[in-house]
Design a binder for this molecule. Structure first.
Ligand code: MGD
Ligand code: MGD
Ligand code: SF4
Ligand code: MO
Length: 740
């Protein structure tokens, strides 16, 4: 079936050193048109979707070297033979005519929204030379702390920043899941969050803002669907009728930012009525007595007065949840326990607490600990000198002042003020990889901050907003054009890896890793790039450590790993080796070790009378899909969704336009959607629109960016707010809405 790419092409791992196979000529063709020059291949290749993080493995069918269709890999435990609508759109991303096709440098020294950078095409040698000389100059003149790297954490990017000696490696985690990460670290694993949940075998699924069915996180939509067919009950608390809520037995439109109150009262009910799993709590948890004492003040009546959920509903659901086994509080990232409100980290504490009280942690039907193969990493293959002490901080985002948040994570919410204040030191050069301006809270403020940085290099695949602010552009291969293996993570009931075979690069693009290694060398940091250091070699070593080969994985349908019986954990990664209901790590660092009530930060007022909710459409993945012409035809711009009563009160009509304005100092103009599926005191905006880069020929100028409404923070403000995870607090904001 899969007579496909040659070994030569597989070995173009992350595009290492790959030359362009077809030059820029493809731009004239739409994704469905026939290719200009017939390439030699008519087979298929194994790949892994990189659009939403779920990592579904696929098989791509090729005709004349061009991908004509995708199908989910049936052997992958995540994809189970299917992709979602976003996943299938990936074909249009790789062939998007707007893609970055070669390195470029800016000629216009002015930067900003709507400013033409005046690009000229340059060679890779010149691009790498320019980045290296600017980073070196910043390092020599102002110290390594004057260099900023914004990009996803990986062994390679960590190595890059640490070899340079900068502490400033900033990632998006406090926009996405840092609250859960910190809580899991403190209560369960000692390291961070694990992602698998065995929804399929659950009998009672309780969700607080979890919208895993509506995000077309494919696997979970299917797994919850199967559980429902088998008679499970699904209860969803959400101020908005999400798709998951629409599939539920009960939708409870809770007041935003108050889930914590309901959860505390549920914990109290389950403990006081002796409904908890005595075996699990007795054997595998620590701190039960302290928990029991501390929740006594949280009566259902009290919780009801805060959350507007009737007290008897809270008690009934607590009882049902504890009596139906197995039961699970569903959670992923941006749910009520995600980094959305000042109190969300406490909400996440309650999620772990409830899952422990009903004994579902790492048990069938519950949240699972990681099942991942242990693979060799950089230090196992290459010896490098000790990294400079400067990597320990202080950092431009102030993260070292948050002792649990951890140096490898990062804070988008404090970055702009850190740059603008020039404290602890000015930033003189920056490298951005795979993150866009529109992902930050208050992007206009970030643009102001980035304008003060003398040199910015950007690695991207599309001419997005961050690219418009670059001095040098380093075009990367898309995920189809890089090879390797990808560990199954978001649904890994057993250790499994999926193979990625590389499509020949379409343009003069490269993988990011070979580029950063070349930059290090050009900076004279040769000791950190020992002979033979190469991403392909690491992948080879990892495959070898599994006792297999790429050819064998390929012969096995593109995956390695066979289903094994699950052995429930009896030892956890905390200091006590138990699930710490009383989290000693949080206590030691000055945070509440037990879940306690604290309010969200925003309150509605006469001036700003509505709570802002942020969500995402099932078929959109932020910047990744916004330039897709088919999806754009289907859904050209985003909306502000308001309740019918609210629309009448404000004189808003469906499909008319409204301004949404917040104390951030920004306002957005968006189309109005009228529904009864939202609380009248809330308005919701879906994310992924409001692009101002005119180089995105489809996405440009459509809709508004919800994040303009979310204020960014100073480090001092974050310290005041007291969240150990430095959450962005996206939705902890009140807005006004008026006719445009
Ligand atoms: N289609 C699609 N799928 C995606 C993505 C995408 O862009 N598009 N992105 C991926 C990424 S990066 C992430 S992090 C995940 C996020 O996926 P989820 O963690 O499921 O988060 P959201 O989709 O943001 O949905 C959050 C829900 O919380 C509700 N909500 C808001 N405030 C409250 C509150 O106070 N209480 C309660 N109970 N509910 C509240 C909102 O109405 C919304 O329905 O999705 C991933 N999957
Ligand atoms: N307003 C608002 N902001 C948000 C959120 C929200 O709901 N609302 N959600 C938050 C969440 S949960 C998350 S996870 C973050 C995500 O934050 P980002 O990761 O910044 O999100 P994207 O919008 O997907 O932008 C990804 C960027 O990487 C580029 N890119 C894609 N693939 C590649 C590649 O292979 N190589 C390179 N070099 N570049 C590539 C894209 O073109 C784009 O410029 O956003 C956060 N920010
Ligand atoms: S759920 Fe969809 S977008 Fe996400 S990895 Fe799978 S196919 Fe890709
Ligand atoms: Mo995310």
């Amino acid at each position: 079936m899969n007579q496909s790419l040659s070994r030569r092409q597989f070995l173009k791992l992350t595009g290492a050193g790959a030359a362009a196979v077809l030059s820029g000529g493809l731009t004239a063709f739409s994704p469905i048109a026939a290719p200009a020059a017939a390439a030699e291949e008519n087979g298929s290749l194994y790949g892994v979707c990189d659009l939403c993080g779920m990592g579904c493995a696929f098989i791509a069918q090729l005709r004349y070297g061009r991908i004509v269709s995708l199908s989910g890999n049936p052997k992958d435990q995540i994809a189970e033979g299917k992709l979602c609508v976003k996943g299938y759109s990936g074909v249009r991303q790789v062939y998007d005519p707007d893609r970055l096709k070669y390195p470029m440098k800016r000629t216009n020294p002015q930067k900003g929204v709507g400013v033409d950078p005046g690009w000229i095409k340059i060679s890779w040698d010149e691009a790498i030379g320019l980045v290296a000389s600017n980073l070196k100059q910043a390092r020599d003149t102002n110290g390594p702390q004057s260099i900023l790297f914004v990009g996803r954490p990986s062994s390679w990017t960590k190595h890059f920043t640490q070899a340079i000696g900068t502490p400033n490696h900033v990632t998006h985690v406090n926009t996405c899941y840092s609250t859960h990460d910190v809580v899991w670290q403190a209560m369960v694993t000692g390291t961070g969050r694990s992602w698998t949940t065995d929804y399929e075998h659950s009998r009672y699924i309780l969700a607080f803002g979890w919208n895993g069915m509506g995000n077309s996180k494919n696997h979970w939509a299917r797994a919850v669907g199967r559980a429902l067919v088998n008679g499970a009950k699904l209860v969803v608390f959400d101020p908005r009728l999400s798709i998951t809520a629409a599939k539920a037995d009960e939708w409870i439109p809770i007041k935003p930012g108050t889930d914590l109150a309901v959860l505390l009262a549920m914990i109290r009910t389950i403990i006081n009525e002796e409904l908890y799993d005595h075996d699990f709590v007795g054997q595998y948890t620590a701190g039960f007595d302290e928990l029991k004492a501390s929740v006594q003040e949280y009566t259902p009546e009290w919780a009801s007065s805060i959350s507007e959920v009737p007290a008897d509903t809270i008690v009934r659901i607590a009882r049902e949840f504890a009596r139906t086994k197995p039961a699970v509080v569903a959670s992923h990232k941006r749910d009520a326990g995600g980094p959305n409100y000042a109190n969300s980290w406490r909400t996440s504490q309650c999620f772990v607490t409830l899952n422990s009280l009903v004994g579902s942690l790492d048990r069938p039907g519950g949240p699972m600990l990681d099942h991942k193969p242990k693979l060799p990493d950089l230090p196992d293959l290459w010896k490098v000198p000790k990294y400079p002490d400067s990597v320990k901080g202080p950092r431009v985002d102030g993260l070292e002042q948050f002792p649990v948040a951890g140096a490898s994570r990062g804070s988008f919410s404090t970055l702009a003020e850190g740059i603008l204040s020039q404290k602890p030191n000015p930033i003189k050069a920056a490298v951005f990889w795979k993150h866009n301006v529109l992902s930050f809270p208050n992007p206009p403020r970030l643009v102001d901050a980035l304008k003060t940085i003398p040199f910015i290099a950007v690695s991207d695949i599309m001419p997005t907003e961050i690219v418009q602010l670059a001095d040098v552009v380093l075009p990367e291969n898309s995920y189809f054009e890089g090879g390797g293996i990808v560990v199954r993570e978001y649904h890994a009931m057993y250790p499994q890896v999926a193979l990625k075979e590389a499509l020949p690069t379409l343009y003069d693009t490269k993988g990011f890793v070979p580029v950063i290694l070349a930059i290090l060398k050009k900076m004279g940091l040769n000791d950190y790039v020992p002979e033979g250091m190469d991403p392909g070699k690491l992948v080879d070593a990892q495959i070898k450590s599994l006792g297999t080969s790429a050819a064998e994985i390929k012969g096995n349908g593109g995956v390695w790993g066979t289903a094994t019986e699950h052995t429930p954990a009896t030892v956890f990664g905390t200091p006590s080796k138990k699930v710490e209901l009383y989290a000693t790590l949080l206590k030691d660092k000055g945070y509440d070790p037990l879940p306690r009530w604290a309010p969200p930060q925003a309150t509605v007022s006469d001036e700003y009378p509505y709570h802002l909710l942020i969500w995402r459409k099932a078929w959109e993945r932020m910047t990744q899909t916004s330039n897709d012409p088919v999806l754009a035809e289907f859904y050209p711009e985003n909306h502000v969704t308001v309740h019918r009563q609210t629309a009448a009160k404000l004189g808003l009509q469906a499909d008319g336009y409204a301004w949404v304005e917040s104390p951030s100092g920004n306002k957005i103009r968006v189309k109005v959607e009228v529904t009864e599926g939202i609380r009248p005191d809330c308005v919701a905006v879906d994310h992924g629109f409001g692009h101002w880069s005119s180089a995105l020929s489809v996405a440009y100028g459509k809709g508004g960016n919800d994040g303009d409404l979310t204020p960014n923070h100073t480090v001092a403000q974050q310290r005041e707010l007291g969240c150990p995870a430095v959450a962005t607090m996206w939705e902890d904001v009140a807005v006004k809405v008026y006719k445009a």
